[in-house]
Unconditional design. Structure first.
Length: 602
């Protein structure tokens, strides 16, 4: 029977591979694997222990994301040769090892050059085909016109050819590529179609932290990373590109297991990724670990474990997905119900109820537009300015943390030098002018401060209007209040969202709607989790909540909200009225209430 040490050596030689951009991570991985082998070696004289395996041809340093999607492959004979050389190198030592390392490097370089040559030839052929179609005369003997799509295609092909040629020159000059080339360096693996298992804990990096050049490459290279709109809020976390790359590297029927940010299942930027995963893979586990104390670590985003197979679920098959790591936990979510919309990883009843309500009633965004509150770009200057300036330029400033259900409780004062239409004042009174001049350099350096006076703030629409509803972006549970009459001068800051209402009753009824237990539970089902048991209630989350037309300006809700603002909150009556307007059965109310209680305990 093979010893444990021998078995581990065989696994290392034939079945375990790794790539990381960070050299220190590569060295630490090698050390950990060596320790795993040594721990299994029998006690005895050092001379009796076989040399440790050479891991530098198995665990490699390189950039997994930068490789272009050239496709193609190398011959089976070359792949077999590279695989055999690598296995020999793993167990070699001394002069034999040095010779094998050089031979393996030459074989990998030749394979990479062949792949690049094939990619360049394919690009050349495709360019000729596009140009031939353009140059061919029409039925009337006229020259064809290049369509916008044709010009775009031609530009992309020429860019691909340029990058291929540049890579071939670098390979010839330096003996290396600007990316890790899996098909040549693990040629035998890709001759079989790819890796049987792909494991990863990719870096979590927000789009705005990435250089512009990197964002452009990711958007061009990875369809899951292209996001759902303009701006950083719609660009995915870097982990999304790694998730797509992992599935590219897996063999047909291969398994992919990743640790990703939990917001991937709810964030708008991951719409394309969710749709592709639901349509193109077999989902086994999608486990949100936000409430798992064993999964806590020093980060502001909670982890999610995703396990898939690289094969689609046949249409009509009733496949259920497990939402817990425990293998004994029963699968509870139908993959057929999942798509690009936020995934609800709770009980099967909660997911189906949320889907029914979304189908039965129009979304809140159809009636109200959610806007972020005022952005100063320099809170230290605009909040509680000292020494005191002219009172006419000071307004109560509301932060998300200062908001209670039905009760805005501003604790700061904002320098507000704008008119009733939100336009910056042309001139400031003397004390305010002197104060602003002290900070003029900092104020003009703000990202948005172009073509406006230094005392201007941004996104002023949330500060305007006599009837508004405001809710906290980040809170344990959805928390809203109406702003009108005595509170109409309050200015929500950008930790709040604001919706403009047509009248007081409309604002009051909407505040009651958002503060109800059923609606709060629905918001928590689709909101992105955050640290400390909090969740984000952004425009997409709140805008997707169901809102029957009859609820807008509902007199019962308005009176209950008015009483709540006066200090008498009757939560049961609010919940009952909302349940009536949503046509919820008692069992459905209990499903939502139980989810709300579970969130309170998190």
């Amino acid at each position: 029977m093979r010893s444990q040490a021998g078995l581990k050596r065989q696994i290392l030689a034939t079945s375990l591979f790794g790539v990381d951009r960070n050299a220190m991570a590569v060295r630490l991985t090698e050390l950990r694997l060596w320790l795993a082998v040594v721990a299994e070696e029998p006690d005895g004289a050092g001379a009796s222990v076989a040399p440790l395996p050479n891991l530098d041809c198995l665990v490699r340093q390189g950039d997994s994301l930068s490789a272009p999607p050239f496709g193609g492959g190398i011959s089976l004979d070359v792949a077999k040769k590279i695989g055999a050389l690598r296995r020999q190198t793993v167990g070699a030592s001394g002069t034999a090892k040095r010779a094998l390392v050089k031979e393996l490097a030459r074989a990998e370089t030749a394979a990479a050059n062949a792949l690049l040559g094939a990619a360049e030839a394919r690009a050349d052929r495709a360019i000729r085909e596009v140009l031939a179609g353009v140059r061919a005369p029409t039925l009337f003997g006229e020259r064809s016109q290049v369509s916008a799509a044709g010009r775009s295609r031609l530009g992309a092909l020429r860019a691909e050819r340029r990058s291929t040629r540049a890579a071939r020159r670098r390979l010839a000059h330096d003996g290396e590529l600007p990316w890790f080339d899996y098909p040549s360096q693990y040629a035998d693996v890709f001759a079989r179609g790819g890796f049987d298992i792909v494991l990863g804990n990719p870096p979590w990096v927000r789009a705005e932290a990435l250089p512009h050049r990197v964002r452009e490459h990711l958007a061009a290279r990875y369809r899951w990373w292209r996001g759902s709109g303009r701006g950083f809020a719609h660009r995915p976390d870097l982990a999304v590109a790694f998730a797509e790359r992992a599935h590219e590297l897996a063999a047909p029927d291969g398994v992919v297991a990743l640790v990703l940010p939990a917001k991937v299942v709810t964030a708008g930027y991951a719409t394309a990724a969710r749709a592709a995963l639901a349509r193109e893979t077999h989902l086994h586990v999608v486990a949100d670990l936000a409430g798992d104390p064993d999964a806590a670590f020093d980060a502001t985003t909670y982890p999610l474990v995703l396990v898939t197979s690289k094969r689609a679920v046949p249409p009509g098959e009733r496949h259920l997905v497990r939402t817990e790591l425990d293998p004994a936990a029963p699968p509870c979510i139908s993959q057929a119900a999942l798509g690009g919309a936020p995934w609800i990883l709770r009980s099967r009843g909660a997911a189906e109820l949320a889907q029914r309500l979304a189908t039965a009633w129009p979304p809140l965004s159809q009636r109200f537009t959610a806007r972020l509150g005022v952005k100063t770009g320099a809170d230290a200057v605009f909040l509680d300015p000292t020494p005191p300036i002219e009172p006419a330029l000071l307004r109560p400033a509301l932060r998300g943390r200062d908001l209670k259900p039905f009760a805005p409780m501003p604790r700061r004062r904002l320098l507000w030098a704008h008119d009733e239409a939100g336009r910056p004042l042309r001139r400031l009174p003397p004390v305010a002018a002197a104060y602003v001049e002290q900070h003029a350099v900092r104020l003009r350096a703000r990202t948005d401060a172009h073509g406006v006076p230094p005392w201007a703030v941004f996104r002023t629409a949330g500060a305007l209007g006599p009837h508004r509803v405001v809710w906290a972006d980040l809170s344990r549970t959805l928390t809203a209040a109406a702003l009108f009459a005595a509170t109409a001068d309050i200015i929500p800051l950008n930790t709040c969202y604001v919706a403009i209402a047509a009248c007081a009753n409309e604002a009051l009824s909407l505040a009651a709607w958002l503060n109800s237990t059923p609606v709060r539970a629905l918001a928590r089902l689709t909101g992105s989790p955050a640290a400390g048991g909090f969740a984000r209630h952004g425009a997409a989350t709140v805008g997707s909540l169901p809102l029957p037309a009859a609820a807008i300006g509902d007199r019962v809700l308005a009176e209950l909200a008015r009483a709540a603002q006066a200090g008498t909150v009757d939560q049961q009556q609010i919940d009952t009225r909302v349940a009536e307007l949503l046509a919820l059965a008692p069992a459905e109310c209990e499903i939502l209430a139980s989810n709300a209680r579970a969130d309170d305990r998190r």
